[in-house]
Ligand binder design. Structure first.
Ligand code: DX5
Ligand code: ZN
Length: 219
């Protein structure tokens, strides 16, 4: 079985000490940086935008996993590629022509991800699953860190894993929202490959140890 990955969400970092927190993740057992971009329209919150991402990328030494919670993401695909994103995830609910968007992300040199809100059924991806590098299953309603994990997520992960296997696709499954040591193992057992963790990592007394423990719990 391939290694399970941990992606700390920068949304929970201390923005007044961003370089310090980015370097802390560089020196941890984490695999990716998860970067939440919110526009205040697709979700009822505004996080940060391009200048902040540029400065994160300047210091980060790991994969940059960008989660766009914005309407009309097609407008910004090239910008996020130029800023150094390795994976660009758009929301299913924000894309009228999802297939075209996925092609555009890949043409810009990035891996293409699709995020699903808690109410969006995984079966809606059946016809495009082979074109998707990663599906991000939202285990909270997008917009805020620190929310409680939605239990129905396990069933969604199992259903998606079954589809990926049946379609012989190589799509990764990422889980985003409310991930802790209480649900991590069960998520991986259901088929998850990447666990995003914001508050659980950054609000802990020792984020380095928290990442290390989470990583060893699922590998
Ligand atoms: C929610 C974001 C998540 C969030 C996760 O809209 O997409 O990535 O930062 O934070 P926690 O782990 O605190 O739920
Ligand atoms: Zn996210």
């Amino acid at each position: 079985m391939s290694e399970k990955l941990i992606a700390p969400s920068i949304l929970a970092a201390d923005f007044a000490n961003l370089q310090r927190d980015v370097e802390m993740i560089n020196h941890s057992d984490a695999d990716w940086f998860h970067i939440d971009i919110m526009d205040g329209v697709f979700v009822p919150n505004i996080s940060f935008g391009m200048p902040v991402l540029r400065d994160i990328v300047k210091h980060a030494t790991k994969t940059i996993d960008v989660h766009l919670m914005i309407v009309d993401p097609d407008r910004y695909i090239q910008t996020f590629a130029d800023l150094g994103s390795d994976i660009l995830t758009v929301h299913y609910e924000a894309c009228t022509h999802l297939h075209r968007t996925l092609q555009a992300i890949k043409s810009a040199g990035m891996k293409a991800g699709v995020a699903l809100n808690p109410h969006t059924n995984v079966q809606l991806l059946e016809d495009v699953i082979q074109d998707i590098d990663m599906v991000c299953i939202m285990s909270v309603n997008p917009g805020f860190g620190g929310q409680s994990f939605i239990e129905n997520t396990y069933a969604k992960v199992s259903a998606l894993k079954e589809m990926i296997t049946r379609k012989n696709a190589s799509t990764l499954i990422e889980i985003d929202g409310g991930v802790t040591n209480k649900n991590a193992k069960k998520l991986v057992d259901a088929g998850a490959d990447v666990l995003v963790a914001g508050s659980y990592v950054f609000k802990s007394s020792n984020p380095i140890t928290t990442v290390k423990d989470l990583k060893s719990l699922v590998n």
